[in-house]
Design a protein around this ligand. Sequence first.
Ligand SMILES: CC(C)(COP(=O)(O)OP(=O)(O)OC[C@H]1O[C@@H](n2cnc3c(N)ncnc32)[C@H](O)[C@@H]1OP(=O)(O)O)[C@@H](O)C(=O)NCCC(=O)NCCS
Length: 141
Amino acid sequence: MSRALVRPAAPEDAQAILELWRLAGAFPTRTDDEESVCSLIAHDPEAVLVAEEEGEPVGTLVAAFDGWRGTLFRLAVLPTHRRRGVARALVAKGERSLRERGAIRVNLYAIRAETEALEFWSAVGYARDEWTCRFVKNLEP
Ligand SMILES: CC(C)(COP(=O)(O)OP(=O)(O)OC[C@H]1O[C@@H](n2cnc3c(N)ncnc32)[C@H](O)[C@@H]1OP(=O)(O)O)[C@@H](O)C(=O)NCCC(=O)NCCS
């Protein structure tokens, strides 16, 4: 059972969140910068969750709702704090928050090679969808 306290992030957390993603080896993305994190928090103050132990961030999850689907991004736990239920606590809080905001279906993308992530999502009740694949495009500034 995790001792972590899960709370919505504030703009002041952005730098610590970016550092946590680096330390956790989270797959790098185009939006790994302070402006993007703060923009998401401004758009939806409930979307970015931080798990803290003894006042220090040890995990994160983005639980975003676009009015249609809930989508989970950036689940990451520090290597020193894994297998203690931190990710499970983050997802439970994210799901509750999404439900309160109106979501009834949640999806996420996982990297096929990140086997611990695949094991985790199965363990917390997510089914792998073999019918779809993901298309992405980075927009020019
Ligand atoms: C995947 C990750 C978030 C899991 O975080 P965590 O806090 O260690 O996960 P939890 O302790 O809540 O694990 C819950 C359950 O998931 C499964 N699980 C978690 N990590 C696992 C691993 N490495 N191997 C097998 N099963 C695993 C287990 O069933 C576990 O329950 P148990 O410990 O009672 O056996 C963490 O390993 C991580 O940050 N990895 C790098 C970033 C990443 O891959 N993020 C996911 C992007 S989609």
